[in-house]
Design a protein around this ligand. Structure first.
Ligand SMILES: C[S@@+](CC[C@H](N)C(=O)[O-])C[C@H]1O[C@@H](n2cnc3c(N)ncnc32)[C@H](O)[C@@H]1O
Length: 225
């Protein structure tokens, strides 16, 4: 999130997020940002218009079995990661809390097989409970403040089917102290919560982006049958 963004956009996002957090509506500012962008992707700090490179790398190196496998993309933004999974053969549902983001995905990919829906990660539909073979979570948890972190992690884990996997891409921080977000990178103890809610870590890669002073991880978790 916010990689190499102009200072004024970064400042604007921080302001929007700060007001939303003060009102205890931490997800409310995303719709404002998408609406105000008026179709200009340069105004969406995380929009790369391509799948995340660590997802691409995972798909290339793991060659996952995708036929009739149901995938869920959390906080799908403008849809590039969802499209990459669909291209590999997954039956993809992708959701975001922002109706404007979802409409934007449908406009960008009119022939897509992805089912794009508006939904709230903190109030997921009951039929999604443990329903997905592959869950992709990229840079959404870090975009929400620490006071909702446990609930967010529980919700992300809750949609993983028995035998299914979660692929997580996120920034991490080295201390337990509260960072000045957004983004709010995850701590070691927060990552541990995935295991406390029934998942087991299968693979973890750490990426240091020293020019940005950013540490990211890509972790694959599995829910045992
Ligand atoms: C930092 S962006 C990341 C988007 C995308 N995952 C990526 O990596 O490009 C966070 C996304 O999460 C969405 N979001 C925020 N709160 C949410 C919630 N409670 N439920 C679902 N989506 C949410 C936002 O609208 C936004 O598209």
């Amino acid at each position: 999130m916010f990689e190499q963004q102009p200072e004024d956009l970064r400042f604007y996002v921080k302001q929007l997020a700060s007001v939303a957090v003060q009102k205890s509506e931490p997800s409310a500012w995303f719709e404002v940002l998408y609406t105000e962008a008026k179709g200009d992707t340069a105004k969406i700090p995380w929009a790369k218009l391509a799948p995340h490179p660590y997802l691409q790398d995972w798909l290339t190196n793991h060659q996952p079995f995708a036929s009739r496998q149901k995938a869920l993309v959390i906080g799908c933004g403008l849809g590039d990661d969802a499209e990459a999974l669909a291209y590999r053969g997954f039956e993809v549902t992708a959701f975001d809390i922002s109706p404007t983001a979802i409409a934007w995905c449908q406009e960008r990919f009119p022939d897509s097989t992805v089912s794009y829906v508006v939904a709230d990660l903190l109030a997921i539909p009951s039929q999604w409970h443990q329903a997905f073979d592959k869950v992709f979570e990229c840079r959404n948890i870090q975009a929400l403040p620490l006071n909702v972190r446990s609930s967010v992690i529980s919700s992300v884990a809750a949609v993983v089917a028995p035998g299914g996997t979660l692929l997580l891409i996120t920034r991490v921080r080295d201390t337990e102290a509260e960072p000045d977000g957004p983004p709010w990178p995850l701590s070691e103890s927060e990552l541990k919560q995935f295991e406390n809610v029934g998942l087991q870590q299968v693979e973890k890669l750490v990426f240091l982006e020293s020019e940005l002073d950013v540490k990211q991880v890509r972790i694959e978790y599995q829910r045992h049958t």
